[in-house]
Write a protein that binds this ligand. Structure first.
Ligand code: UD1
Ligand code: CA
Length: 461
């Protein structure tokens, strides 16, 4: 297949987003929007990939830093034509077709670009456009054709007359242009239009004027070419990508009980025979092993789950590692740095942060474990709290293997409990406990016989 050079336009602010953040940095299924165009372009035989940036260019650069991408600054973004013109010296020496695409159209597939490339070559075209016919063409440039079907121009909506606005064939913003013609045409652009911008779309008129070979390829699926200009478009695209991602996982052997309400970010990995209940959200770089069950209203962000893990309803887990056969929830909150080793259990209303639970350890009810290392087989009773913060610094609680912690215990960190020790319920533990000892720190119970009866009599109750 022909080698292309790719130019991705990402310099605009995206005014219609009404955002502090540049449009192409907005997240779609957990990934900055620009990465979709970049990753799709990388799957084509490419001589080079150039991203044109201006608005928040440093942040765009940062998102792309591990990829073989050249970034060109547009300076003041004066329009899509002006943006492409900035790539002239970067493309000097390249004589094949230049693929130009907008950074705000994330759903495009590599197959569509490949077929466009094939047609461009077979037709010997100078300029090939990808167009689409939409029920509602609002917001897009319209394709103006001759009565005999030949393409004459692209008219931006802002410049279109009412009869032109009625045209439903639109410019998708994907072009293949032979390099020599591209820069000849770009140099002739002017900004004599409603937006006072140098429109890339005006290269179509230049091609017609010069009698260059112009070709339009219809997009196979109009959804693919949907551009994101507003938050409404963003939500619609997010939904379509979510559906694609869900279907990919189902095809790979994951059960989604309700794909419509399951949100899985683009980079999440899920093993076979894992079951996701309705309203589950899997974010970031989360990786889930095989045979796991994730119940409803649970959100996992940047987590690692082994095989056969169960996360019950309504849990929030982030940056945590859960090994095989561990069980979490319902209503648990695992904050960054939590590690549950094989078969460990975290029950309802338990919060953990930078806490490690050894194999088979359990904290089943109403507990806070922070900055704690808990050994194998430890039982943490209901209402246990690690008092890890003294108002200035954080301190560690270390509980060795097979310790039994009675309910309603507070560990005043730093403190270490030796292997096999027992902590009596209701204790406030301020000092280290040696292995196999019993530690108990509660006030001795007093019992006053018949006290209540006597009071009743006295008060005439
Ligand atoms: C553009 C097309 C329109 C097409 C639509 C498809 C033009 C003039 N119009 O309109 O015909 O139907 O895309 O989605 O090209 N950008 C720059 N530098 C600039 C201006 C924009 O890099 O100076 C970038 C933006 O960041 C964006 C892309 O170019 O990624 C498109 O810009 P946008 O303003 O969204 O153009 P549309 O109005 O959508
Ligand atoms: Ca756009």
């Amino acid at each position: 297949m022909t080698t292309v050079a790719t130019v991705i336009l990402a310099a605009g602010q995206g005014k219609r987003m009404k955002s502090k953040r540049a449009k192409v940095l907005h997240s779609v299924a957990g990934r900055p929007m620009i990465l979709y165009a970049v990753e799709t372009a990388r799957r084509l035989p490419s001589d080079k990939i150039i991203v044109v940036a201006a608005h928040q260019a440093e942040a765009v650069k940062d998102v792309l830093k591990d990829r073989p991408i050249r970034i060109i600054h547009q300076g003041r973004p004066l329009g899509t034509g002006h943006a492409v013109l900035q790539t002239e010296s970067a493309l000097a020496g390249f004589n094949g077709p230049v693929l130009i695409l907008n950074g705000d159209v994330p759903l495009i597939t590599v197959e569509t670009l490949q077929s466009m490339l094939k047609i461009h070559g077979n037709q010997g075209a100078d300029l090939t456009l990808l167009t689409a016919t939409l029920p509602n063409p609002e917001g897009y440039g319209r394709v103006i054709r001759d009565p005999d079907g030949g393409i004459r121009a692209i008219i931006e909506e802002a410049d279109a007359r009412p009869d032109q606005r009625a045209i439903r064939e639109i410019n998708t913003g994907f072009y293949l242009v032979n390099r020599p013609f591209l820069f000849e045409a770009l140099k002739e652009l002017n900004s004599d239009n409603a937006q006072k911008e140098y429109y890339l779309t005006d290269i179509v008129k230049a091609a017609v004027r010069r009698g260059r070979k112009l070709f339009a390829v219809p997009a196979p699926d109009p959804d693919e070419v949907m551009g994101i200009n507003s938050r409404v478009d963003l939500a619609r695209t997010e939904k379509m990508i979510a559906r694609r991602i869900a279907e990919r996982h189902m095809r790979e052997g994951v059960t989604l009980l309700d794909p419509e309400t399951t949100w899985i970010d683009a980079d999440v990995v899920i093993g076979r025979d894992t079951v996701l209940y309705p309203n589950v959200r899997l974010e970031g770089t989360t990786r889930i092993g095989e045979d796991c069950v994730i119940h409803s209203h649970t959100r996992l962000t940047d987590c690692r789950l082994g095989t056969g893990v169960t996360v019950k309803d309504s849990c929030v887990l982030s940056e945590s590692a859960i090994e095989d056969a561990a069980v979490v929830g319902p209503f648990a909150h695992l904050r960054p740095g939590t590690v549950l080793h094989r078969g460990a259990k975290i029950g309802n209303f338990v919060e953990a942060k930078k806490a490690e639970l050894g194999e088979g350890a359990k904290a089943n009810h109403l507990t806070y474990l922070g900055d704690a290392v808990i050994g194998k087989g430890v039982n943490i009773g209901a209402g246990t709290i690690t008092c890890n913060y003294d108002g200035v610094r954080k301190h560690a609680t270390i509980i060795e293997d097979d310790v039994f912690v009675g309910s309603d215990t507070q560990f005043i960190a730093p403190v270490r409990i030796g292997r096999g020790a027992v902590i009596g319920a209701g204790s406030t533990i301020t000092k280290d406990v040696p292995p196999d000892a019993l530690a108990l720190s509660r006030v001795k119970q007093e019992v006053k016989k018949d006290w209540a009866k006597k009071r009743k009599k006295k008060e005439k109750l």
